[in-house]
Design a protein. Structure first.
Length: 340
């Protein structure tokens, strides 16, 4: 079965082809970072217009790479949410129109489910069940994953997610967009100092996260002060230490709580080197196996959507009727457009 995946939830346009026999046979992503950089963040209308421009060329590129034709496609999966409404509508309308033309089933896929299952595309995939730490730009969640479609939310961010806190703190430190990687680069030049920041909800006794107050603590450090370059680097280092300490501690406790021995890390923040280092150190101490998707699978991509759609088609889900579709900019993972 050959499944086309389309991702357009924010500022990456992703198109991929997943074959249930051969695996991932085509994958292309266009990032809009350069376009949004001038504005210091994602401009939704510009993002939507750019998705329109990119989808057909990316599809043609992936088909050529895989050496297949549109007539070979057996199903189409697209990101239906969460994300930017206009951007989601571009991908949804494209997928549904192509599906009607080809006479193949079209499935809406949850963006976070795509991230959760993306490590299964890795060279060394984990096996079910496992605990997943999902750390993307707008979400920080701990999930118990028993199988495809079987997700138990253990805890999540009650305000700013880790990725949002990275980006907002980067702005406070005068860094550009996207802020997360630039803050990590600045932190690499810093170290321990007199600048101390809180570890929010570290000892809360649950699996909830809160990073808004940490961002505010950084604001208090920079407000009305002219920091030296060394102080900026030390503050970035301390911020990164605070976030990664909380994520590492709660992840380790969640694995023990569930009686499991496998942790899967997914989402863009999962590419942070310091987070991976801390998780690896903690895992070695406690006998936990940690799986990370390849860096290309950490950011938004069509491969994870194609894989998700393929698994659901194999399980008997057949998509909507008559080309009708919906998108959900806000969409809890425990809900579904179509029952599974």
């Amino acid at each position: 079965m050959l499944v086309l995946g389309i991702e357009s939830s924010c500022d990456e346009t992703g198109v991929a082809l997943y074959d249930t026999t051969r695996g991932l046979i085509g994958d292309a992503v266009h990032t809009q970072v350069a376009m949004h950089e001038a504005y210091g963040g994602v401009v939704p209308e510009l993002a939507s217009r750019d998705h329109i421009r990119r989808l057909i060329p990316l599809l043609e590129r992936v088909l050529a790479e895989a050496k297949v034709a549109t007539s070979d496609i057996d199903g189409i999966a697209y990101t239906a949410g969460p994300g930017l409404a206009g951007a989601l509508l571009v991908g949804a309308s494209f997928a549904e129109s192509l599906g009607m033309a080809l006479g193949v089933p079209v499935l809406p896929v949850h963006h976070l489910e795509g991230h959760l299952l993306s490590p299964l595309l890795s060279a060394n995939p984990p096996t079910f069940p496992f605990v997943a730490l999902l750390v993307s730009g707008g979400h920080t969640q701990l999930m118990r994953v028993a199988g495809v479609g079987a997700y138990e939310l253990l805890g999540e961010s009650v305000d700013d997610a880790a990725g949002e806190a990275f980006d907002k703190t980067a702005k406070l430190l005068g860094l550009g967009y996207p802020g997360g990687p630039q803050l990590a680069e600045l932190a690499a030049r810093g170290g321990p100092s007199a600048l101390k920041l809180p570890r929010p909800m570290l000892k809360s006794g649950d699996f909830q996260f809160s990073f808004s107050g940490l961002k505010t603590a950084v604001l208090m450090q920079v407000h009305g002060r002219a920091l030296t370059e060394r102080q900026r680097a030390d503050l970035a280092w301390e911020f990164q230490e605070a976030v990664t300490e909380v994520l590492t501690e709660k992840s380790a406790v969640a694995v023990r709580h569930c009686g499991l021995d496998t942790l899967v890390v997914a989402g863009g923040v999962g590419a942070n080197r310091r987070l991976r280092q801390r998780l690896d150190e903690r895992a070695a101490m406690e006998g936990i196996r940690v799986h990370y998707p390849e860096l290309a699978l950490c950011t938004d991509n069509g491969a994870m959507i194609a894989y998700c759609g393929a698994q659901r088609l194999l399980a008997g889900q057949h998509g909507g009727k008559d080309g009708a579709f919906n998108v959900r900019p806000r969409w809890p993972l425990n809900e579904s457009i179509l029952p599974f």
